[in-house]
Write a new protein. Structure first.
Length: 230
């Protein structure tokens, strides 16, 4: 994990597919929000991925990949979150941010653990693991890690709590690779699901000159991050 900042709202940053904790610094994302970091409004905790052993392990059936993802979730919840809490204070609300596959992680963690992550900032995400070279029979492990499935079935008291608790940002471009990654189809679909369920969210669709790439995400982060900080 790489950490940036001395004070402010802590955000756990999930990398793109196969990425590492230094990815955001190497691609100018940390520099983009440096004024907010220096002003003591934002702290970033950038984590490694484990996609090669989970969702990107295409030789495994999708259900097995989902079960392997549980180990990554355990690391985030039992190691990363306690460290962030100890560093930033137990009462400080966390946020989750990610681009591409990292956007999926941010959204999924927010829904599965809204008590910890009431805010998710998601850029160019595909929120349906079933479209990721999925094969084999699917069970609970896939279902409960597939927002495209479980959000549609949220109801009752839990949905009421999520309506009060969650705030989600969904951003996507219409340029190169947004279609081939599935982000351009998945993002508006997720926005529609959130609207139907009455879950607080913002959906921001950029134009055909906005590809699935770091320059786009730097611009989108710069536009939106301030609204999610104290």
């Amino acid at each position: 994990m790489a950490a940036y900042g001395h004070w402010g709202r802590p955000m756990i940053v999930f990398p793109t597919e196969g990425g590492n904790a230094w990815e955001w610094a190497a691609n100018g994302m940390v520099e983009t929000v440096e004024p907010l970091i220096e002003a003591g409004r934002l702290k970033l905790y950038c984590v490694d991925s484990f996609d090669a052993g989970t969702w990107s392990a295409h030789h495994l059936p999708l259900e097995e990949r989902a079960r392997m993802h549980a180990g990554y979730e355990t690391w985030i919840l039992e190691s990363v979150v306690p460290h962030v809490r100890a560093d930033s204070g137990d009462e400080t609300e966390l946020g989750a941010i990610g681009c591409s596959l990292g956007a999926y992680h941010a959204l999924n963690f927010a829904f599965r653990r809204a008590d910890l992550f009431p805010t998710a900032l998601c850029f160019s995400g595909n929120y349906d693991p079933g479209t990721w070279n999925g094969w084999g029979e699917r069970g609970d492990a896939v279902y409960f890690n597939n927002p495209a499935d479980y959000v549609a079935h949220l109801h009752g008291d839990h949905l009421d709590w999520l309506r009060e608790r969650l705030s989600i940002l969904l951003v996507c471009g219409q340029g190169q690779w947004e279609d081939t990654t599935g982000a351009l189809a998945s993002t508006p679909r997720m926005a529609e699901l959130l609207a139907v369920k009455g879950i607080r969210h913002e959906y921001d669709l950029w134009g055909a000159d906005t590809p699935h790439d770091w320059p786009s995400w730097r611009a989108q982060l710069a536009k939106h991050i301030d609204a999610h900080l104290p």
